[in-house]
Design a protein around this ligand. Sequence first.
Ligand code: NAD
Length: 544
Amino acid sequence: MNGIVHVPPAGNEPALDYLPGSPERTRLEAELRRLSTDSHDLPMAIGTERTLGGGEWRTIVQPHDRHATLGRLRDATAGDVERAVAAATEAAHDWGTRPFEERAAVFLNAAALLAGPWRDRLNAATMLGQSKTAHQAEIDAACELIDFWRFNVAFARRVLDEQPLSSPGTWNRVDYRPLEGFVCAITPFNFTSIAGNLPTAPALMGNTVVWKPSTTQQLAAHVTMELLVAAGLPPGVVNMVTGSPEALGRVALTDPRLAGIHFTGSTTTFRHLWKTVADHLDGYRSFPRLVGETGGKNFVLAHPSADPAALRTALIRGAFEYQGQKCSAAGRAYVPASLWRDLEADLVAETDAIPVGDVRDLSNFMGAVIDETAFTRLAGMCARADSDPALRRLTSRVPDDRDGWFVPPTIYRSDDPAHDLFVTELFGPILAVFVYDDDAFDDVVRLVDSTSPYGLTGSVFAGERAVLDAAARVLRHAAGNLYFNDKPTGAVVGQQPFGGSRASGTNDKAGTPGHLLRWVSPRTIKETFAPPTDYRYPFMATEG
Ligand code: NAD
């Protein structure tokens, strides 16, 4: 192809409403029935090979209906990971030297397929496997992943367009090379869009990838992989290994050809990955790029001038949607006493009335937490909190795992703002509230900044505009995504670039040109058209 191509302008995919009787609801319900009647074998995807891993068997169930088996997979062994690295290495030259538009077309096609014929399948897989409501699945598995694929293409084009100046007689060019080696993408359970973006953003820039999804997200990851193949992704560009990360850590992360890690998940895991790389630094051919987005303990800070109804809605949506399992979920709230008097009864009554249950019943607002481990951790935490004299539970429901791993939306109040409930990420539907004297707002802003090690998201609610700016100055490093009079969740690609610093990660903001730059290693080429033929400079001439 001979041409300096333009790419289609990127815009956000509109979310469908799934109103009763709507065609999208009818289609989604049919797909939910179809996917939940079978138990699916979930193989790895290594080059053209589709086989189950060689390790331990694992069963996937529906978290809200934990006796319903959804699929099975096997852990990747060292041999499986070795074949995935080999397939990525073999595909690297062809993929990395293709013209940009050929790679871009694959992801634009994937976005179009997901916006159309694959939408219901990936949404249904996300609902069943990760216990997301139709709305939460739609804004994640459909809209956000479509946005990532479309915006990344537009932003990558912008990156490639960034070229240096050339003085007369020369031509300077930058070749945005893929990294030398393979990229390892390690993805979390909670967002199908993140799982889809982490392997494909480096691939768009010409890299080949070994991808290890979270076991509990494997059904949706499997559908994503099939969709990419249907969109024209050549074999070996993204190689998916399944199950336990043990062999991946031992084989791929210590391989001399490891060029980068693209990670989203917990802070503990990312620290472990960083240390693994540090321990093997002498053996790598280059310095692996480490991009990791991790946990948060996100705040909602209200000023006495805040609107109580807006605050109540933001707390409920921010803390409890997707069972508090968003990295951006609100975990701690700071409310002035005057406002709390108006807010408490309504907030608690509404929270206690939130419909929680099977996500196939679209009248529910919340489903179940992801698995038994999460349930046991959260139920144990609630039991300890209930007998902690420094805490008072305001809501009335308790965890119940008879049918599924249901942890109800729960609010604790404490007069100790240094209590662990305001510090540690819980990753469940649990909100800690600190009520402060109205005239202590300035102290509380500093408290918000210094309480937790994270720096991911936060919200400030105030009717007085100047308060917002003053608080934002103090909270400059407390959040990579700060919201004024809005909940701290729900960032949209292209609108609120997402990510945080401190213990929340490297803040590379997926879905931006800066993020794509992490996956290239630019090479500068200077060409001189009429090279000098005499080493002497004019100033060396002697007078006369
Ligand atoms: P996790 O860290 O338990 O797992 C993430 C991935 O890492 C999984 O695929 C897992 O198998 C793998 N993994 C775990 N141990 C590993 C090891 N030793 N070596 C190699 N891989 C390993 O996280 P999770 O429970 O899936 O996700 C929840 C966490 O992710 C929360 O802390 C949440 O805040 C965070 N998160 C952050 C963002 C963000 O953008 N900042 C987005 C989503 C989730």
